[in-house]
Ligand binder design. Structure first.
Ligand SMILES: Nc1ncnc2c1ncn2[C@@H]1O[C@H](COP(=O)(O)OP(=O)(O)OP(=O)(O)O)[C@@H](O)[C@H]1O
Length: 404
């Protein structure tokens, strides 16, 4: 109940370096983006996160000028950009497939970003036309172009790679060329649409930090579209979580994880135990008492809503798992020993290396707990009776949603 809601997120959409005000985009009967309002600070790394089809790319394309909003406004650096072409908007874009020319060298690919935007605005000309254009323009203003390309390549740690063909570069290097091409014209805003999705897992993880480092060094305001919550969490200053064309929540990664606005947000960001609860009253100290399957829990969250039905969110790593004492009872007879302790029986053990997952059968339902691996002797086994404990500060109370 304490998390920033979509309405509050909208209310904060008034100011910023990049501002979206009540942005809506319809494609015939499909509402791709609905009333999106948010303000993004100068130099901020801002992620648009959400499942496929929730409107992330359309929101970004409205910022870039590749789509015209059905209603609402986009402002960049205090300037309304409606009616401006992509080239006039002072944005640089990195596409999912990079849109590089494999037979040209790095220099020409990056110079292309510079010249095309200045001349005509936007990617999408035929390669033949590009070749002659580059030849002419480069010859014309050789020194200036060379310097600007060199600066952009330096920003992405590819100084000296000018003469390499794109086809001779690794996936990560190609990614950085695409980034250099977006940065070369020194835009105010960098737009990145799923830029890591073509890379294998290991490289993708490395590139998260590479891109974040470059962004910090250049200090450029960045919007990053992704459906991968780990990617958004590990890179962004703030995240707008989207669903069905709307913003569900805008928050820093840790807030989004710790205080998701809705059960859906909790489930989308990380793993969660979402149990059905009934508010039983105020707690003696701070917060509330809540019944989960007839068992008493305490949460430090307060609850003001008239409806006493709630969802109780407990993150797996917030649960402490210990062996039940011999006389501690079985899961079948289960129950609580004291508030915030559940007795249960281990049903599955998942050994993932650094962490161990336990799926535990309890009277409140199946509960997933995660532990750091502390050596073989600490491992529980299937069938073990265990005590699950959680601190009231890690028990979140959320309003149930109308829909799953
Ligand atoms: N040009 C278009 N014409 C018609 N419908 C479109 C068009 N572009 C997007 N849509 C629809 O708008 C909705 C939002 O699409 P969008 O591509 O913005 O979502 P997304 O969150 O970026 O998804 P993904 O992660 O799969 O790229 C979807 O239902 C999509 O089918």
């Amino acid at each position: 109940m304490l998390a920033e809601t979509a309405d509050q997120a909208s209310a904060t959409g008034g100011d910023g370096f990049l501002v979206l005000r009540d942005l809506t985009k319809k494609f015939n009967d499909t509402v791709a983006v609905q009333g999106v309002s948010v303000g993004i600070e100068q130099g901020e790394f801002f992620a648009l996160l959400g499942p496929s089809g929730c409107g992330k790319t359309t929101t970004m394309r409205c910022i870039a000028g590749f789509e015209q909003p059905t209603s609402g406004h986009v402002e960049i650096a205090g300037r309304a950009v409606a009616g401006l072409s992509p080239a006039q908007r002072d944005t640089g874009m990195v596409f999912q497939n990079y849109a590089l020319f494999p037979h040209y060298d790095v220099f020409r690919n990056v110079a292309y970003g510079l010249l095309m935007d200045r001349l005509h605005g936007g990617v999408g000309r035929r390669a033949g036309a590009i070749g002659s254009l580059l030849n002419g323009r480069i010859a014309h203003r050789q020194a200036e172009v060379r310097d600007e390309v060199a600066r952009a390549l330096e920003q992405v740690d590819l100084a000296g790679y000018e003469r390499r063909k794109i086809s001779q570069l690794s996936g990560g290097q190609q990614q950085r060329v695409a980034l250099a091409r977006a940065l070369v014209k020194q835009p105010s805003v960098l737009l990145m649409d799923e830029p890591l999705s073509n890379l294998d897992r290991k490289l993708r993880n490395q590139m998260r930090y590479t891109i974040r480092d470059i962004q910090q060094r250049v200090g450029i305001t960045t919007i990053f579209v992704t459906h991968d919550q780990e990617e958004a969490m590990s890179m962004a200053d703030r995240i707008a979580l989207m669903r069905d064309g709307k913003i569900v929540q805008v928050a820093k990664p840790s807030e989004l994880y710790e205080r998701p606005a809705t059960p859906w947000a909790a489930d989308f960001v990380g793993t969660s135990n979402l149990l059905d609860g009934q508010i039983a009253g105020r707690s003696d100290g701070v917060g509330s008492r809540v019944d989960v399957g007839g068992l008493g829990f305490r949460s430090e969250d307060s609850w003001d809503a008239a409806d006493k039905q709630c969802k109780v969110l407990i993150r797996p790593e917030a649960i402490n798992v210990s062996r039940a004492p011999d006389n501690g009872g079985s899961a079948a007879g289960g129950g609580t020993r004291e508030p915030n302790q559940l007795l249960g029986r281990v049903r599955h053990v998942g050994f993932l290396g650094a962490i161990v997952q336990y799926e535990v059968e309890t009277p409140a339902g199946l509960v997933l707990a995660e532990h750091s691996f502390g050596g073989p002797s600490s491992l529980m086994e299937v069938g073990d009776n265990v005590v699950l404990g959680v601190h009231p500060s890690r028990v979140r109370l959320l309003a149930p949603e109308d829909r799953p």
